[in-house]
Design a protein. Sequence first.
Length: 200
Amino acid sequence: NVMNHLLFVNCCISPRGDRSRTNTICSAFLDGYRRCHPADAVEIEDLRSEILLPMNMRMLKERDQLASEGEYDNPVFRFARRFQRADRVLIGAPFQDLSYPAQLQLYIEYISADGICYRRKPDGGTCGCCNAEKLAYLTVGSPPEQDNSIGVEHWRQLSKAFGIPHFEYLYAGGFEQYPGESEELIRTAAAQARRMGEDF
């Protein structure tokens, strides 16, 4: 069996820490994945305590300059390089303020590096350069899922832009509607996440 490399981008930022609901379903996914893919390597990008600066004009200019010189070993590209080379990607982030934590948006800015995760074509379009076949986005929110949940839609489109052919997601919600059933809802979502991980 060919060994794959799964990257888990952990943005499960919550005052509950490791006991956060999103982290719980991500852990279940990884349990299922490791059980069914024991030879695969799992790398964790832990964004929960990472200090990321928003890309201002100077930083963008410097990054473009480095890219034009082919200096992709520069530390500013470290997130993009890790993301680009993974065979599978799992993103975990809570449904927060109708989308997800700002930390994840900052991470997206860092991985959206021309020449690594995508490249511009002469006609003005872009094509994805990522190695991954699959990306899964896991999120937990108090309200029930809506058809156009921002995090889900954003990662669906990013997967396409980065050239990742297979996208799937799990949105576990309904905690506002059924406050007495929180534990049961999380148990059900964790079981679903575990099955997703087994097949991923």
